[in-house]
Design a protein around this ligand. Structure first.
Ligand code: PEP
Length: 254
């Protein structure tokens, strides 16, 4: 049985004081954190110590939006997975399409980042997804499966609970367009079957596969209905307390 996960990717938003207000309002409005689903916030690096402080004991997890492919050393501007883990973080996104696009991160680099995250004790949330042209050519599934397998080269999580895959079609991120629930499910199933080939059936059954791309309270329930979709990676709708509370409640209904 996979525990649904709703993870809020705040991207480069919120000052520390805005984040403090958000954490307090969110925990107040949500009430007791349900055990049937997991909720995580992924703020930018300077907000991580605050997340550790404000979310302590709440049951809401937190994590980073990226980590370095290096463990330690003379890499100015980089942030080590070990630094993130030491704050009490659980997750680290790797391979988000914005990093693949704007920083030209390729799947080989993403695999190195996933390895560093695992070595440090973090659970990587590994993002994959196709551009619109690829979908229009009818090549979305082979593209995403290849991207996934390349991004997992040499990555050995051991336990399926230590890996999360987020299917995020690039054309759906921040655009207001979403994959149909049917397309999200078909892709999640293809991802799970690629994981079965790579790691074995039992492992693949335990990995959570999220959908991401313009999730809102109005469309989340239909997306979650797919048996292979285990939650959501949420950008814009995680910035407002009300919508993220609504999404967290919908995940419990899974
Ligand atoms: C994301 O960036 O991971 C994302 C899914 O963003 P949005 O929900 O805003 O489309």
């Amino acid at each position: 049985m996979r525990t649904p996960l709703v993870a809020g990717n705040w991207k480069m938003h919120k000052t520390p004081s805005e984040a403090r207000v958000w954490f307090n309002e969110f925990l107040d409005e949500l009430g007791p954190v349900p055990s049937e689903a997991e909720i995580a916030i992924l703020p930018s690096f300077p907000l991580l110590p605050l997340a550790a402080e404000e979310l302590a004991g709440s049951g809401v997890a937190f994590g980073a939006q990226d980590v370095s492919a290096h463990d330690w050393g003379a890499f100015t501007g980089e942030v080590s997975a070990y630094q993130v883990a030491d704050l009490g973080a659980k997750y680290a996104i790797v391979g988000h399409s914005e990093r693949r696009k704007y920083w030209r991160e390729d799947s080989a680099l993403v695999a190195e980042k996933a390895k560093r995250a695992l070595e440090a004790g973090l659970v990587p949330i590994l993002c994959v997804g196709e551009e619109l042209e690829v979908r229009e050519r009818g090549e979305a599934i082979p593209f995403v499966v290849n991207q996934l397998l390349d991004s997992l080269a040499g990555v050995e999580p051991g336990d399926p609970a230590r890996l999360v895959i987020a299917y995020e079609p690039v054309w759906a991120i921040g655009t207001g367009k979403t994959a149909t629930p049917g397309d999200a499910e078909v892709m999640a199933e293809a991802i799970r079957s690629a994981l079965a080939t790579r790691y074995g059936e039992g492992f693949a059954e335990g990995v959570r596969v999220l959908y991401g791309g313009s999730i809102k309270p109005e469309n989340f329930a239909q997306i979650l209905a797919g048996p292979n979709v285990d939650g959501g990676l949420v950008g814009g709708a995680s910035l407002e307390v009300a919508s993220f509370v609504a999404l967290s409640r919908l995940a419990v209904g899974l």
